[in-house]
Design a protein around this ligand. Sequence first.
Ligand code: GDP
Length: 325
Amino acid sequence: MDIAELGERIMQGERRALARAITLVESIRADHREQASELLSYLAQSGRQSLRIGLSGTPGVGKSTFIESFGMMLTGQGLRVAVLAVDPSSARSGGSILGDKTRMERLSRDPNAFIRPSPSQSQLGGVARRTREAIALCEAAGNDVVLIETVGVGQSETVVSELSDLFLLLLAPAGGDELQGVKRGIMEMADIILINKADGDLKATATRTCADYAGALRLLRKRPQDPEGFPKAMTVSAIGEHGLDQAWAEIQSLSQWRRDSGFWKTNRAAQARYWFDQEVRHALLARLDTPEARREMDELSTEVGQGTLSPTTAARHMLAKLAAS
Ligand code: GDP
């Protein structure tokens, strides 16, 4: 495959080229990894930047309905939208929630939208690293907005926040005065909390839930990345298509503020350094995972067990072997 040609086709916005490139970055074959790396370097010249929006919420809260309505609103304004997923459940089931064809049916037919299911890899870390590359591809392809969806199970939010410029947390209206057991760490990560399903019988509850969360957010320490009034809670109805334009206006105002304040750039630089670190760690661990390395480890481990080598000396032997290999 000619990488430069594939790169050009991606930058011209050819969807098939983009889909093919994402398949390439998701591959674990060594030659594919090399081509992927070459392609990403080639595309870095595009200089294009999308607004990367992370979105999390528990199953059933309305993520796919929201993405469809919100995405359709954006494409209706002439914007191009890509939807990617970091799906920790793909590790368990081998399949992906976003692979379900019935989700986002209208949006998936929209020529200005590009939807890609979560790669099915065995570890969240692996999925996230490949999603990071898929984001770069979507960006080079000229998407204005990249939505990165994840199911709220704790760890995946942290990963998605390292991939996005701002983070939305979708919640359902809740009866009673419990704050839905949302973990403090996740609350602190959210830039905008959207209480979905603010329609019909649920509207009053949604309004109350929103006020509860607005109160809880005011108690959080002010973060350097926030202008006055952020993080904030709002109500929306994905089905009724209410509140979506207000949510978009808030997203734009927050991202503009962050660009002006310099936070945007600092944040992306910090993220790039984070992923560099992750890649190095991953590659080093992978070097322990070869048959020779495992054999070496076993032999040294036996000696350590017999007391003929100290753990420290054995580790130094092992590291010296890896460095020489
Ligand atoms: P996901 O699992 O988070 O992707 O949630 P879905 O988008 O599949 O929605 C779960 C259920 O909530 C579906 O039955 C939707 O029809 C419903 N739902 C989603 N958004 C709304 C909304 O704005 N209002 C109401 N009343 N129901 C909604």
